[in-house]
Design a protein around this ligand. Structure first.
Ligand SMILES: NC(=O)c1ccc[n+]([C@@H]2O[C@H](COP(=O)([O-])OP(=O)(O)OC[C@H]3O[C@@H](n4cnc5c(N)ncnc54)[C@H](O)[C@@H]3O)[C@@H](O)[C@H]2O)c1
Length: 250
């Protein structure tokens, strides 16, 4: 019960890594707000997580919606201990191929969404005397991958913002870390697979990119989220935890 009496929000909680994180946090005793732009998906996960979980419709790219999410946690549970900024997605393309509007939309969710979450959560945590923030970056914050220029840039931004916030708020008792998953077999990956002309070749090439020769499972990333969210990581701030099957070790 490593999150007993802790109030946690997980954005992008309706699917994949976020869903696995919600279910693990609930098993570890957390009171939970499952936040997602898909309210139906968030409800389904909250129901699965148990009576201490609630669903909220949130668009992380909209500052007012994120402010309401933070206020919702405080209203329902009386405080906010852990914010996991996890909502995000990828688009294909080199810089030349990437449409300007698609770039802006992706940055609004993957990077500005993290900014909004922290901007609205940190004052609450400051008043409480501390808190924990975990941001979902990616191995693409460390190494480039082809055909994903905007995604790599957004996750590099998340990693840099994590370090900046860790320094600004260490004295407030707020720890800010990020996780860098390798390629994970989530619904997002399955959607990408379905669109590819040759799914088996895609599986092989992405698995081979990781030294362990396989994709990760959302539950394996959730365990890293738990480590960063709970007191087991009490001396970690501004750090990036890679959980990537050895992708960035080579
Ligand atoms: N799957 C991977 O291989 C992988 C690898 C590294 C990092 N990541 C990152 O992990 C995070 C989760 O990815 P996943 O693979 O579980 O994806 P997923 O598509 O399974 O889940 C993402 C969730 O985020 C929600 N979401 C998207 N835009 C949103 C918005 N504007 N506001 C609120 N919710 C929104 C979606 O509705 C969905 O429920 C993302 O930030 C992604 O970039 C994924």
């Amino acid at each position: 019960m490593r999150l007993r009496d802790k109030v946690c929000i997980v954005t992008g909680g309706a699917s994949g890594i976020g869903r696995a994180t919600c279910l693990l946090f609930a098993r570890e005793g957390a009171s939970l707000l499952v936040a997602d732009k898909s309210l139906a998906g968030a409800h389904a996960v909250a129901e699965e997580a148990g009576p201490a979980a609630l669903a909220i419709e949130t668009d992380v790219a909209d500052s007012r919606s994120v402010r309401a999410m933070i206020a919702g946690a405080v209203e329902h549970f009386g405080r906010l201990d852990v914010l996991v900024n996890n909502a995000g997605y990828g688009i294909a393309g080199s810089v030349v191929e990437t449409d300007e509007a698609a770039w802006d939309r992706l940055m609004a969710v993957n990077l500005t969404g993290v900014f909004y979450g922290c901007k609205h959560a940190i004052p609450v945590m400051q008043r409480q005397g501390g808190g924990v923030i975990v941001n979902t970056a990616s191995t693409t914050a460390i190494v480039g991958i082809p055909d994903r220029a905007a995604y790599c840039a957004s996750k590099g931004g998340v990693a840099a913002l994590t370090k900046a916030m860790a320094l600004d708020h260490a004295a407030d008792g707020i720890r800010v870390n990020c996780i860098a998953p390798g390629t994970v077999d989530s619904p997002y990956f399955q959607a990408m697979r379905a669109k590819s002309g040759d799914p088996e070749a895609l599986d092989r090439s992405l698995a081979q990119r990781q030294a362990m020769g396989r994709l990760g499972a959302p539950e394996e990333i959730a365990k890293g989220m738990l480590f960063l969210a709970c007191d087991d990581s009490s001396f970690a701030t501004g750090s990036m935890l890679t959980v990537d099957g050895g992708m960035t070790a080579q």
